[in-house]
Design a protein around this ligand. Structure first.
Ligand code: ADP
Ligand code: MG
Length: 238
């Protein structure tokens, strides 16, 4: 189960309110994209959900449980960053297995999970390599593999493709969509790229200056943008 509910969630850094109180429902199995210009609060919102930042007010519920009672490690959420954050001295296998080692899972069970993630991500032939011997797309897949083995309630992606060149971005976009179809796990995906949002999302959340301008399916936003900002950002003719 990966249901995430934000109730009046706000965030201030010092005196600066970057997220005014905001409500949002993310349903189990949904692919939700937060989209908006740089600095609009996408990463902050994702970090609040992950528990990497504390809320300044309001509440986040994960599968009905208030986040105040859930330290980050207990939320069952796996974050994938654009910078990969791989260990350069470890093999691909060890990088993917790392969260399982931390959880002290026994070796046979860990191996099975790693092999399974590698199969899903077409990394089976690369398990003995080090990150430095991989392409950018393969490295990003390793980072996703490390999230998959944790069997999270939801994946949280923060601009995972922005370091890749244009052609590879298209491939990885399709691969992440395919992964969502296979796993049917909730995915929350942050991007400033409208095309990514329109092609990947079940539900798009358009943000501007920490505020939700509109929530809807790609088609709803395209057909009935609520205001000029959404229309302009989504590229709607209206
Ligand atoms: P986005 O990911 O959409 O580019 P961010 O969530 O990173 O935006 O940032 C939203 C706003 O919050 C920006 O104005 C940024 O400068 C500010 N901000 C983010 N993190 C911090 C922090 N740790 N301290 C102070 N201000 C921050
Ligand atoms: Mg960001």
């Amino acid at each position: 189960m990966g249901q995430i509910t934000l109730k009046g969630v706000r965030k201030a850094f010092g005196d600066v309110e970057v997220i005014p109180p905001l409500d949002l429902e993310i349903n189990d199995g949904e692919f939700v994209v937060f989209v908006g210009p740089s600095g609009c609060g996408k990463s902050t919102l994702l970090r609040l959900i992950a528990g990497l930042e504390d809320v300044s007010g309001g509440e986040i519920e994960i599968n009905g449980q208030p986040s105040a009672e859930l330290p980050p490690a207990k939320r069952g959420l796996a974050m994938v960053f654009q910078s990969y954050a791989l260990y350069p001295h470890m093999s691909v296998r060890k990088n993917i297995a790392f969260p399982l080692k931390m959880a002290k899972l026994d070796q046979a069970a860990a191996k099975e999970k790693v092999d399974n993630a590698a199969r899903i991500l077409n990394l089976t032939d690369y398990l003995d390599r080090r990150p430095g011997q991989l392409s950018g797309g393969q490295r990003q897949r390793v980072a996703i593999g490390r999230a998959i083995v944790r069997e999270p309630a939801a994946f949280l992606f923060d601009e995972p493709l922005s370091n890749l060149d244009a052609a590879l971005r298209v491939n990885m976009r399709l691969e992440i969509s395919e992964l969502h179809q296979k796993l049917k796990t909730t995915m929350v995906y942050v991007t400033h790229d409208q095309v990514e949002a329109m092609t990947m999302a079940d539900k798009i959340v358009v943000l501007q200056a920490g505020r939700i301008e509109q929530v809807g399916s790609p088609l709803e936003l395209y057909r009935t943008p609520r205001n000029k900002f959404v229309a302009g950002f989504i590229g709607s003719p209206k």
